[in-house]
Design a protein around this ligand. Structure first.
Ligand code: PGA
Length: 248
């Protein structure tokens, strides 16, 4: 049996509605045990509308690297905790590409999240050009080192999500073998900081995961679950993915 319990994360991005909150919580509440760890990351405004004491947890898609103060439009780690979040996605490629988030800021966010008692889900991944130039592993090493080289103790409190940018929202998922190869590299790379934590850390995959392709991904030794965008907005699909993860 696999020693890392699978984790399935819904990243709604800037989508969803109160109707979807209701439909999703109803659908998840009737899923039968055993289940994977399930995490819903809706836009933060919806967090407080989810029922308490459910069979899933709640997370945010981003947070400020600052603790408090004059940062218009930002939300702090403590505020997310108050709103019911246990996890926070950090360094998603859309944040890196569209909002100019640099490795240094992402590193700070991971630290602030852990200090506040949140579990950061650190997203790393390469562009198509970087993959074609065979720079994938180099890019991932840089993104991981930016967070953990100076703060290796954060690894034991983190989840890592491998998200090849060319696979996000494109329908072009990495093959299970491609993903496994990278996940294995990530785990080996992290072992230089803390062997035990690297063995225990959940490394999930994101990028066009669907109910049709998730099973083969979950079967790989170092793929501990998935971060799901588009398919997490479809209640039946997301429920099916959760059901398949529990069996992996
Ligand atoms: P997708 O998004 O499932 O729609 O490709 C994944 C992600 O952004 O992590």
């Amino acid at each position: 049996m696999r020693q890392r319990k699978p984790l399935v994360v819904a990243n709604w991005k800037m989508n969803g509605s109160l109707d979807l909150v209701q439909q999703m919580s109803d659908a998840l509440s009737v899923l039968k045990q055993p289940l994977p760890d399930i995490l819903i990351c809706p836009p933060v405004i919806f967090l407080s509308y989810f029922p308490k004491h459910a069979n899933y947890k709640l997370g945010a898609q981003n947070m400020s690297e600052q603790l408090v103060g004059a940062f218009t439009g930002e939300i702090s780690a403590d505020m997310l905790r108050t709103a019911g979040a246990s996890h926070v996605i950090i360094g998603h490629s859309e944040r890196r590409a569209l909002y100019g988030e640099l490795d240094s800021v992402i590193s700070q966010k991971v630290k602030v999240a852990v200090d506040a008692g949140l579990t950061p889900i650190l997203c790393v991944g390469e562009t198509l050009q970087q993959r074609e130039e065979e720079k994938t592993l180099q890019v991932l090493a840089r993104q991981l080192d930016a967070v953990y080289a100076a703060q290796p103790h954060l690894l034991a409190h983190s989840v890592v999500s491998y998200e090849p940018i060319w696979a996000i929202g494109t329908g072009q998922t990495a093959t299970p073998q491609q993903a496994q190869q990278v996940h294995q590299f990530i785990r080996q790379h992290l072992a230089q900081y803390d062997v035990q934590a690297a063995d225990a850390v959940k490394i999930i995959y994101g990028g066009s995961v669907t109910a049709a392709n998730c099973e083969a991904l979950f079967a790989e030794a170092d793929i501990d679950g998935a971060l799901i965008g588009g398919a997490s907005l479809k209640v039946a699909d997301f429920s099916a993915i959760c059901t398949m993860a529990k069996d992996s």
